[in-house]
Design a protein around this ligand. Structure first.
Ligand code: GLN
Length: 539
């Protein structure tokens, strides 16, 4: 049954990838949410992987983890950061997942001897997945972002599903926004509309008429260009929306408000346009743009060439910086090229370092060098997941004198596996979706630094790892000064380590960055940035 009680907005892309569909979807959703509509966003990814969990960050950026343990596209991170509403597995669907469930049904005989085909079976499964969130009754409006670019072979079943849904739901219940690029030819000194005309036609060849055009551009669209686009592409003049390059993604909701995107959308969906309440959002943007100082944080990782690999960490710094009214300048430091000889020159001038999550051996010795330096020189240190594990290894090697200490991920013959495979992981052979994933409870020791940071003694945080702090070494490590201060109450797994006589040295096994939002900057990032600021002032 087609859902006709929820309103659906589909966001497609044309001309080029990387135009920022996720940010446009999140910005529009923010405007709708700020008018009192319960809104969520979903991403459909046309690739054949079941989820991005097995993808290298170089391929597809960071893998974002939801409360329910889904490994998802990084756009879901933007959705949560903008809306401050958690997403779930239902918010990210891939072609792999669609085919897997259709094939599973076929094996169970559910198609009653019929030939299984792209239309209707694959498209029905896509339509079902699109409507799961709407049918839950939790939302007035569901935005569905279709990954890729129209015309891609992989996107065809999704565009077909949108065509069918729009027909079944009617234009007052389903609307298509097409995000496109208006290139500027500097030799001619002109913005060009032809690629957009072609991409709207490509969409029409599949039977889908765009209702709204969001035009990504480096220069203002003139009236003439807007009229021309409207005329050639069959959209209303007011439905040609300019999306000019912004200095921060957090400006985009206000830019869309100025362009009237929310009004055009609500009008077609026959919903009332209200005055959006963006007070707290705008407070954040004002602080973000008017820092009273700055701090320089080194992000030590191995995927440093690409911004997207550590997206949530970078955004969490933006939230924490704005809240502290400082600009957090994050410098990427490639751990592979960091060693005892150059560590001083690369780190001494920083106000703090964050050692990033990661997998595998590449670059870990550089991370350990960096941690030794900041531990000894009392520079604020924040370790996340692998970063926490490296802090435990560094401490075991250089303070306890266990020089061969390691994680069994890196050296399965180490005599001192201070980080070891979790018991529950020992029988696991499949790679996809088999880590310790999602939100888990963690109890904090009352007199710990983290309890003060959170101002709580019981927290929930999201995980994505196979290895853990080895409790066999806990006593020995704690006797030397490093303390375990956060524990999973059911399993006793150590989730947090800290060094009490260091100004700010905290390593966490979980990923706090996934939970930082504009409305709720993460307490650990807030406190770490404050510690970096203190360190800088005392320096
Ligand atoms: N590779 C480590 C593990 O699996 C750390 C994972 C991470 O940093 N997300 O435990």
């Amino acid at each position: 049954m087609t859902d006709t009680t929820t309103k659906y907005i589909f966001v497609t892309g044309g001309v080029s990838s990387s135009l920022g569909k996720g940010i446009i979807a999140a910005s529009l959703a923010k405007l709708l949410q700020a008018q009192g509509y319960r809104t969520t966003i979903q991403k459909l990814d046309p690739y054949i992987n079941i989820d991005p969990g097995t993808l290298n960050p170089y391929e597809h950026g960071e893998c974002y983890v939801t409360n329910d343990g889904a490994e998802t596209d990084l756009d879901l991170g933007h959705y949560e950061r903008f809306l401050n509403v958690p997403t779930s597995q239902a918010n990210n669907v891939t072609t792999g997942r669609i085919y897997q469930s259709v094939i599973d049904k076929e094996r169970r005989g559910e198609f009653l001897g019929k030939t299984v085909q792209v239309i209707p079976h694959i498209t029905d499964e896509i339509k079902h997945r699109i409507q799961i969130l709407g049918k839950s009754g939790d939302y007035d409006i569901v935005l569905t972002e279709i990954g890729g670019t129209v015309g891609d072979i992989e996107s065809l079943p999704y565009v077909e599903a949108v065509r069918q849904l729009k027909w079944e739901m009617g234009n007052q219940n389903a609307l298509v926004i097409h995000l496109t690029l208006i290139p500027y030819l500097s030799a001619a000194g002109e913005l060009k509309t032809k690629p957009t005309q072609h991409s709207v036609k490509t969409l029409m060849e599949s039977g889908v008429q765009a209702d709204v055009l969001v035009c990504r551009t480096e220069h203002e669209l003139s009236d003439g260009i807007r009229t021309k686009l409207a005329r050639f592409c069959n959209v209303k003049r007011e439905a040609v929306i300019q999306s000019i390059d912004a200095s921060t993604i957090y400006d985009v909701p206000n830019m869309m408000l100025e362009e009237g995107l929310d009004k055009v959308v609500l009008n077609q969906l026959q919903l009332e346009s209200r005055n959006p309440d963006l007070t707290s959002w705008n407070n954040f943007v004002t602080k973000l743009k008017n820092p009273k100082g700055d701090v320089v944080i080194g992000l030590i990782g191995k995927y440093v060439e690409l911004q997207d690999s550590y997206k949530s960490i970078l955004e969490a710094f933006i939230h924490a910086g704005a809240a502290n009214e400082v600009k957090v300048k994050v410098v990427s430091i490639h751990s592979e090229f960091l060693n005892a000889e150059n560590v001083t020159s690369k780190i001494a001038h920083l106000d703090g370092i964050l050692v990033a999550p990661g997998f595998g051996e590449r670059g870990i010795e550089g991370k350990i060098e960096a941690i030794r330096y900041v531990r000894e020189n009392k520079i604020p240190f924040f370790g996340i997941c692998l970063g926490m594990q490296m802090a435990v290894i560094e401490y075991s090697r250089n303070v306890l004198g266990l020089h061969q200490a390691n994680s069994s991920e890196m050296d399965d013959k180490t005599p001192f596996p201070v980080i070891d495979l979790m018991e529950t992981q020992k029988q696991v052979t499949e790679k996809g979706g088999t880590m310790r994933l999602g939100s888990w409870k963690c109890d904090l020791l009352e007199d710990s630094k983290v309890a003060a940071v959170y101002n709580e003694t019981s927290i929930m945080e999201r995980h994505r790892h196979r290895y853990e702090f080895n409790n066999d070494f806990k006593q020995q490590i704690e006797n030397s000064g490093m303390k375990a201060t956060g524990f999973n109450p059911d399993t006793g797994l150590v989730e947090i380590v800290e060094i009490p006589n260091h100004p700010w040295f905290i390593g966490v096994q979980y990923h706090p960055e996934y939970k930082s939002t504009v409305a709720n900057p993460h307490p650990l990032f807030l406190s770490f940035v404050r510690a970096a600021l203190n360190y800088k002032t005392k320096k």
